[in-house]
Write a protein that binds this ligand. Structure first.
Ligand code: ADP
Ligand code: NG1
Length: 460
């Protein structure tokens, strides 16, 4: 179980990466950084698109992260720069913080974390700082580069201002403030970024937020493969359309069951109100919802509300003009995926002789449900999942939001070498673009540690 501890501050010898960051920082700002902070990305093993419905998910942190070098200053300005020249320098004074939802440029994610801390403590001003960031998570690929950036910014701001929060408070604050960019996500990414511990995946449950260790089977390795299709959540409406479809399904199911539906926003809260099992909820979906898409007019008529009320209370800013919603398929995915997460955890806990096969089956079912019911896959991801399974994985699925990004595959240890070379040959070497990216696109991973502040050893 999670404790109320804060992210650790570790004194560490300077690594090659820190040294390089320090050198760039020093030449850019004319002073040395006084501390560093890092927040990891994550791979979600199972439980896709259900965190914002209130259901538990099962991710682990990866080694790839966002790392910041920081020096607080006496000025009222934050200067941001990045080791990647495609992320341009940005400076802002505190009276002028605005987060542009229409153009999710990188500094906006940093400002989300900064503003999250400011809002949490109701601060009118913050200390100025110089920051240099370096990221190793492939962006827009379902490994949570955006949340790692928001979490790193939150931790940097907290530390520079001499304040403390527990990991749980930081995770909740960063989950809330990442929504300033416009995506109405759940809290999975920020939670695992702060609550991760080396060597263990976590079952993350919400309301209240808590993380429980999940011991992964010893005989398997989890391998990430990038489809090389990028999908930025905040720049498109795909993600928020799914969020509002789940809200609408909640309300229609609730009203048809005679519940006070106006306050209900999540499929998970509806299940709790009805006091029934996930299996029962799947039957309720079959009984109440139709597979044909619902029009806005049909939804409004069923709920007895105007289009204006629908827009104001359910739709997000970027889904105001969406005219049809698939409610049956989305609710089916959510309730079945929530059950698969619990089954996955149970198999890990009980470790039966056929654990790998059982876990692989659950991952495969999850991918099919994401593809057919939630429609958040894409042809390249489906092709990659197919190749991973043919190359020896016992389970393979898209991970993260989807519509591009990465797959995660569970591969028996003894098949790992063959798996890696077969996926290289069948997916990466067949395409010039992918072939260029292959070094960073296919890699085995294991559960990494959570966010931390780093102080240079031997420096006062
Ligand atoms: P993900 O699935 O990785 O969270 P998103 O599309 O939600 O992807 O967010 C990706 C955005 O995060 C990028 O477009 C960029 O603005 C920001 N980002 C990711 N990595 C970095 C980095 N190393 N430095 C600066 N910004 C980054
Ligand atoms: P990524 O993969 O980082 O885009 C998004 C959401 C998660 C979760 C997954 C789908 C954010 C910040 N992240 O993750 O909360 O809903 O999609 O399972 O919105």
């Amino acid at each position: 179980m999670t404790t109320g501890a804060s992210p650790p501050t570790v004194r560490a010898p300077i690594t090659d990466r820190l040294l390089k960051l320090k050198e760039i920082f020093t030449s850019k700002y004319g002073c040395e950084p006084s501390f560093y902070a890092r927040a990891p990305g994550r791979v979600n093993l199972i439980g896709e698109h259900i965190d914002y419905c209130g259901y538990a998910v099962l991710p682990m942190a990866i080694e790839q992260d966002i790392l910041a070098a920081v020096k607080p200053t006496d000025f009222d300005v934050v200067h941001l720069s990045n080791t990647n020249p495609s992320y341009l320098d940005f400076s802002v004074s505190f009276e002028n913080i605005q987060i542009d939802k229409t153009k999710p440029l990188w500094h906006n994610y940093f400002l989300c974390g900064l503003k999250g801390i400011q809002d949490h403590f109701h601060l009118t001003s913050l200390t100025g700082m110089n920051c240099l960031l370096d990221g190793s998570i492939p962006p827009s690929s379902g490994l949570s580069s955006s949340s790692a950036l928001v979490c790193c910014a939150g931790l940097v701001t907290l530390t520079a201002n001499g304040m403390t929060l527990s990991k749980v408070e930081l995770a909740e604050t960063c989950a809330r403030c990442e929504r300033y960019i416009g995506t109405e996500g759940g809290g999975m990414d920020q939670s695992i970024s702060f609550l991760a511990e080396e060597g263990t995946a976590k079952l993350i449950e919400f309301s209240p937020l808590r993380a429980t260790d999940v011991r992964l089977p010893a005989g398997a390795v989890f391998v990430i493969a990038n489809s090389c299709v990028e999908m930025n959540k905040a720049a498109t409406a795909h993600f928020n359309i799914r969020v509002v479809e789940c809200r609408l399904a909640t309300k229609i199911l609730a009203k048809s069951k005679g519940l006070a539906w106006r306050d209900l926003m999540k499929l998970g809260d509806l299940q709790e109100k009805l006091g029934v099992t996930l299996e029962d909820m799947l039957a309720v979906v079959d009984e109440v919802l139709h597979p044909e898409p619902y029009t806005r007019e049909e939804v409004c008529e069923f709920l007895g509300i105007s289009l204006d009320e629908l827009r104001a209370t359910v739709l997000s800013q970027n889904t105001q003009e969406v005219s049809t919603f698939k409610l049956y398929q989305r609710a089916k995915h959510v309730y079945s995926e929530a059950a698969r997460v619990l089954d996955f955890k149970k198999v890990c806990d009980e470790a039966p002789a056929n654990a790998l096969q059982l876990l692989g089956d659950l991952m495969n079912q999850s991918h099919l449900s994401c593809k057919d019911m939630y429609e958040c896959s894409c042809p390249q991801l489906d092709q990659l999942v197919d190749i991973c399974l043919k190359s020896g994985a016992v389970g393979s699925r898209l991970t993260g939001a989807g519509w591009g990004g990465c797959t995660v595959s569970m591969v028996p240890v003894q098949k790992l070498d063959h798996f890696l070379s077969s996926v290289q040959d069948s997916f990466y070497n067949t395409d010039d673009q992918r072939s260029l990216l292959k070094e960073k696109s296919l890699f085995a991973t294991k559960p990494g540690c959570g966010a931390m502040v780093i102080l240079e050893e031997n420096k006062m």
